[in-house]
Ligand binder design. Sequence first.
Ligand code: BT5
Length: 259
Amino acid sequence: MTPESMAGAIEAGLKTDRFGRPLSVYEQVGSTNDEAAPLARQGAPEGTTVIAQVQTRGRGRRGRTWHSPAGGLWLSVVLRPRLAREQWPLLGLAASAGAADAVGEVARLPVRVKWPNDLLVEKRKIGGVLIETSGTAAIAGIGINANVPPGALDPEIGATSLLAWLGHPVDLVELACAVLGRFEWHYDLLHRDPEAILGRWREHDVTLGRQVRVWGAQDLEGVAEDVDSRGALLVRTPEGLQRVVAGDVSLRTVETPAE
Ligand code: BT5
């Protein structure tokens, strides 16, 4: 599908109020977040969206590489949050809950979210969310390994794709419309009732109640008890309850004592 025909089909299928409008679709860019950031600085309206069929310099958090071959859905949305800055981490939870719902709707797969931003099918990563700031705007990047052939992702990273899981491709246009629609819905909910987004996120969550290891900005182990009103993960450790605002989390298998 050419970028022009993809853009036309998405515009025709969108049920959103703002997200996906206006929309640019490219065959290849470095990173869709890098395309969206200057648009935001130039005053692009909330919902402005950039989609690329391939990213050559896709990135994850802390400068990590995000593999973005053909077949995936790589998109960024310009946001102009009307939230206190300390609530901005909730944008990532809204985006991941929306993306998880969208994949569930289109692929009929139960997608789980792992704090802060991983989309998982079973234990494998099928997508991720990267929120960056650009002046007073935020750029929400969402990547989903939709029709990425199994061999196109490095086996080391434990990733999967919808194609590998289902055995057939999904309609990328339908998926893009669903992601933008469900993300907008969650984003609007976040503005109406910030606490409610936590409830929506928890419906998909695999982190809470689990023994976790956190590393990155903080290094600790304990049981993930909850997510607070600013999106931080609360982990019960032998030293007490720790508030984790950023970092990576791995889930430990809980050892049940022998009877
Ligand atoms: C993320 O980072 O999961 C955020 C990914 C966001 C990607 C979107 S695509 C559109 C927009 N434009 C961009 O340039 N980025 C956003 P993080 O939690 O840091 O995870 C990164 C790690 O995931 C890497 O270090 C790899 O281990 C793994 N990884 C890389 N590519 C992957 C892929 N395609 N599928 C699954 N895992 C991957």
